[in-house]
Design a protein around this ligand. Structure first.
Ligand code: G6P
Length: 608
């Protein structure tokens, strides 16, 4: 998705903006640009393609003089990727430059109105309408102008703006799209994501919906949507910039896979005190737990898959009905929810538009909401009734790895806590599961020490066109994420099926050479799974098993096997995920794919 960086201070802005944009590359983009003010001189450099092209065009920033500016990475929604459609967009009179994330839904209507007033447009984008509207409504006071502009916009936006009338000043506003203000010494920043400014500051302020920020090198002032000056409390982001760098790994994805033992430890360990699970300030006590009649878990992409693992775990151990819903479906489904439903919202970024909309709807309908989120102070974290942070650290690769496994671990903690409060597990079983969760980081570390087998099979299957993933129970949940990982980064068509469902349709697609990854980690379902594997083999399909050491007899019936450490049946999805992430990674590497930035995908999808 699009990224924004803005700067005002004493240093050359262009170089700093281009560096900031490089930190945002991971979000996914197709073009980029910067606009810099030197006194009243506004210089804009924009280009389609990689930031390296922009860097070249701006001669590393050296050809663009000035100490205040805005930069943008664009992920095309309205208008093809092109130099002209790239941001910043400059008003027809050349006085205002704007960067925008989000979608202006009424842009066509505004555009016609402005064209009728004689304002020409240069691009096909919805975003340009903001720059032209600023020009049209400008009354000499940018604060009132911005308020009027916002009042005319329908849709979602994070906006950065500079004006030749106001040389050292940078303005920002937002609605339903993330934007933070970074506080430096004699310099200040705006960014759609901490990563863009983390090299320069760890102190941030989250801009609220409808609020406006006015930044100069020495001050930042905030205004509410009705123009009243407001005070905002900064927060500190203790992520280290080195966490947002590759640190010797060829790709962020591989680095993040290898960070999982630490991420899982940080998510789980501080919340286990003796035999108790202490979930931050989450309102879960015996009374609340006994009032829960149903749980809705909501997310998109991998977060949804983590939710499905959570569904299996919670239903089995807490005896509560759990619905796992795709956020984009939930919001238009007239959901059945009320105060007796607990809604768990899952999002790595905390900014996914569909998920945020689902959270708002669940709250509006009276459900208590708990968000499982990685990015501190993100919209979902702020708006949910309770938040449980996964401490995964910054995740840069578009395909999530440590984000997903820490979400699963957080769901285990929530589930086990509810089970304890509702007395649905014996003390012995509770202790067994808690020990199992605490052992996961060490088991993942052991897996990461030996990846030779995964590499071998990844090489062998890298040129296949279609791969099926099958599993039963929680293995089915894990296979959904395995298939998504493979298709996201290698572009191989991959589909996950409940193994028992194969015979009801998919089996017609199995023929000689079709590859099936069969997850067989569940002791209780092992023999059922063997039957499904044999059915694939009988059709001359190739089967690669993912199984725990205890189930290694599966290898007698398959063409290969990837072993995960022995663990509780309920907890295997974390360990299977690591194998499947590595499998997808090495397949994609073998195929020469752009692993960290797969085509057409964005890390954080802030539009519906
Ligand atoms: C995008 C990403 C996925 C991610 C999903 C949800 O589609 O490409 O990898 O799982 O968004 O993201 P979230 O930040 O809400 O977990």
């Amino acid at each position: 998705m699009c990224g924004i960086i803005g700067y005002t201070g004493g240093r050359p802005a262009a170089t700093l903006l281009i560096d900031g944009l490089k930190r945002l590359e991971y979000r996914g983009y197709d073009s980029s640009g910067i606009a810099v003010l030197d006194g009243e001189k506004l210089t804009t450099v924009k280009t389609v393609g990689k930031i390296a092209e922009l860097d070249k065009k701006a001669n590393g920033g050296k050809d663009v003089i000035g100490t205040v500016g805005i930069g943008h990475t664009r992920w095309a929604t309205h208008g093809v990727p092109s130099d002209i459609n790239s941001h910043p967009h400059v008003s027809a009179n050349g006085r205002f430059a704007v960067v925008h994330n989000g979608i202006i839904e009424n842009y066509a209507e505004l555009k016609s109105e402005l064209i009728a007033k004689g304002i020409p447009f240069a691009s096909d984008t919805d975003s340009e309408v903001i720059a032209q509207l600023v020009q049209y409504l400008y009354d000499g006071d940018m604060l009132t102008t911005l308020r009027e502009v916002c009042a005319r916009l329908v849709g979602s936006y994070a906006v950065g703006l500079i004006s030749t009338d106001d040389c050292g000043t940078l303005y920002a506003t937002r609605k339903d799209n993330p934007l933070v203000v970074g506080l430096g010494r004699n310099e200040n920043f705006i960014a759609s994501d901490f990563a863009a400014a983390l090299e320069h500051t760890h102190d941030f302020v989250q801009l609220g919906d409808g609020e406006i920020a006015r930044l100069t090198p020495s001050s930042v002032t905030f205004y509410s949507s009705n123009g009243v000056r407001i005070e905002k409390t900064p927060f500190r982001v203790d992520w280290d910039i080195s966490q947002a760098e590759k640190g010797g790994y060829p790709h962020f994805m591989l680095k993040e896979i290898y960070e999982q033992p630490k991420a899982l430890t940080d998510t789980v360990r501080p919340r286990v005190k003796g035999s108790s699970i202490v979930l931050d300030k989450i309102a879960l006590d015996t009374r609340n737990a006994n009032l829960i009649e149903k749980i809705d878990i909501i997310g998109c992409g991998s977060a949804y898959h983590a939710g499905i693992v959570g569904k299996y775990f919670i239903e089995k151990n807490c005896r509560i009905r759990v619905n796992c819903e795709l956020a984009s479906e939930y919001i238009y489904s007239n959901p059945i929810t009320d105060s007796r439903t607990l809604t768990i919202i899952i999002s790595q970024s905390g900014e996914t538009a569909d998920t945020l909309a689902a959270l708002r709807l669940a709250k509006k309908l009276g459900s208590h909401t708990i968000a499982i989120v990685n990015v501190v102070e993100s919209a979902i974290a702020r708006e949910a009734d309770d938040v449980l942070y996964t401490h995964a650290g910054p995740e840069i690769a578009v395909a999530t790895t440590k984000g997903y496994t820490t979400q699963v671990a957080a769901l285990y903690l929530v589930g086990l806590k509810i089970a304890k409060l509702k007395h649905t597990l014996s003390d012995a079983r509770y202790a067994e599961l808690l020990d199992g969760i605490l052992a996961l980081p060490q088991q993942v570390r052991a897996q990461l020490d030996d990846v030779a087998g995964i590499k071998k099979y990844a090489k062998r299957f890298a040129q296949h066109k279609c791969v099926f993933f099958i599993g039963r129970g929680t293995d089915y949940a894990a296979s959904l994420e395995g298939a998504l990982k493979l298709k996201e980064i290698s572009y191989i068509h991959a589909e996950a099926y409940a193994a028992g469902e194969l015979k009801h349709g998919t089996i017609s697609l199995i023929e000689e050479g079709t590859v099936t990854l069969a997850l067989a980690t569940q002791r209780a379902l092992f023999y059922k799974m063997l039957s499904n594997i044999k059915a694939v083999q009988s059709r001359k399909g190739t089967v690669l098993a993912v199984a725990s050491a205890a189930n290694s007899e599966v290898s007698e019936f398959t063409d290969g096997m990837l072993v995960i450490p022995d663990c509780d049946d309920d907890l295997s999805p974390v360990l299977s995920a690591v194998v499947l992430q590595l499998f997808a990674y090495y397949v994609a590497a073998e195929r020469g794919c752009d692993i960290d930035k797969p085509r057409n995908l964005a890390k954080s999808v802030t539009v519906e």
